[in-house]
Design a protein around this ligand. Sequence first.
Ligand code: FAD
Length: 543
Amino acid sequence: MAAPPAQTLRDHQLGRLDGGRFDVLVVGGGINGAVSAAALAARGVSVALVERADFASFTSQESSNMVWGGFKYLENYEIPLVLKLTRSRNRLMRAYPNVITELRFLATLDASAPFPSWLAALGTVGYWGLGQFATRPPSYHRPARLQQLEPVIRTDTAEAAIEYGDAYLKDNDSRFVWSFVRSAIDHGAVAVNYAEVAGMTREGDRWRAEVCDKRTGRRLTATAKVVVNAAGPFVDELNRRWGVRTEHRIVYSKGVHLVVPQLAAAERVLAFFDDSQRLFYVLPMAHRSVIGTTDTRTTDPAEGVTDADREFLLSQINARLNLAAPLTTADIIAERCGVRPLVVEDDGNDRTDIDWTTLSRKHEIDVDRSAATVTVFGGKLTDCLNVGDEVTAAVRRLGVRLGPEAEGWYGEAPAAECIAFQRAAAEVGLDRAPEVEREATVADVLWRRHGPAAMQVVEAVAADPSGAEPVLAGTDLLRAELALYAEREMIVELEDFLRRRTKAALIQRASDLAADPGLAEVRRALGLSPRPTDPADPTPSRP
Ligand SMILES: Cc1cc2nc3c(=O)[nH]c(=O)nc-3n(C[C@H](O)[C@H](O)[C@H](O)COP(=O)(O)OP(=O)(O)OC[C@H]3O[C@@H](n4cnc5c(N)ncnc54)[C@H](O)[C@@H]3O)c2cc1C
């Protein structure tokens, strides 16, 4: 397979960024920055998006991958937030019928549950109603039924279980973020990864940004009428540097997930109350399970997983499951760790006595008119389309003209295209079961990952059937897909591919990936030369 010209897409985007005059510069390529850039580009706004590491390489790659209204927020009586989030969930489920699918939550209630089972059952009915009945109805199970449903759950201490529906991103948060970056590019935006805003100065009525290409150290400049600060955990730091005033600020709550061998019998979430009466989960991820999450206050956005985090999560899960042998750290395949940027009012008082576990997961969008900036605080992946809408409205208030909204800037291509793709895929044998997933075909997986562009994979397989072979063991990545990743996905480092564009580094151990003979082929196809910092380090990259 011929190696592609290295980083062609990125070079092209960098060239457009340098010296560019934009309506809007979006700083930060997590979900909030990506969706803002895509929403603005879809309204014909000239927009540039810059991310100092890879897209989605900070908070947005560390979530629970849930698209949910937040059943647990009912505990804090956050009805308006749950209402808003369930609506956002439903909107996303309608727009992404294959990428985001309904998932059943099975919550076991034992003596550690903070409320009686009848109240929890009532809560699921209320939650279903708040969610406009968009999922299958909730149900209530006695321990004997629970035992049948999920034999792995310890039912000797269980009083009952409640079951309700929400949804999840089958292919991970970071791939979802990438889909918005791609949409932004497809609608005319400039988007560059490994490009850090190093300086920002006001010149007349425009901002002048100095951007550092982290790959070469080269300095570029670009100007914009409006700056959108979507730097997640770093928004306050940037606003301070730029002299921007806001009504809100953020505090951090750390959340850890551990990926372990598959625990649940079916593709569903197992939910439990931990010893501190906080809900925690066993989540599905391909042929693995993900245990999480924690919720601890920190002041360091880059804090990693500690031994105490591992010990806590493993002990909580071991106490609630019937396992042949208790899980130990040797069972951990990969780890995820991020800080939730939680929004609080900036009353000038840097209080440390905030009870962060009860802090709302809402987002806020602040506009500093005199500085022509918009700042996105907090939020959820689930609420991303609202963030896009609200940022667009804020940018308009700052004097940027918007055009009509382009159709299809988010969501999957029409069902007819999906059906045509499935037919063509079946003709070349891609309707077989994938290696690492239940209840799907290889064609389903390809459609989820690439949409209509997956037709290119079918054509490649038709021309050379060896393209249908998995390229890395224990993953469902096909050889014929590599060309698509190389051309369309701005992959700069091996980790961008293994950890974010795909979930290979989450479902396979780093040591297994590093020893995989297919890795050399991946590198070649993506035009990546081996580097001393390679290969498959599944830990999050930190700038
Ligand atoms: C443990 C955990 C579980 C979660 N689970 C869920 C869930 O299941 N469902 C859900 O909906 N939400 C969930 N969330 C919330 C969601 O993940 C976050 O709200 C969201 O990812 C925040 O995105 P962001 O774009 O604001 O920040 P980020 O993703 O952190 O993006 C900000 C980006 O700005 C970049 N940046 C910073 N400074 C600069 C600069 N000077 N120049 C250029 N770029 C810069 C950073 O590199 C970073 O990539 C969870 C969060 C956590 C931590």
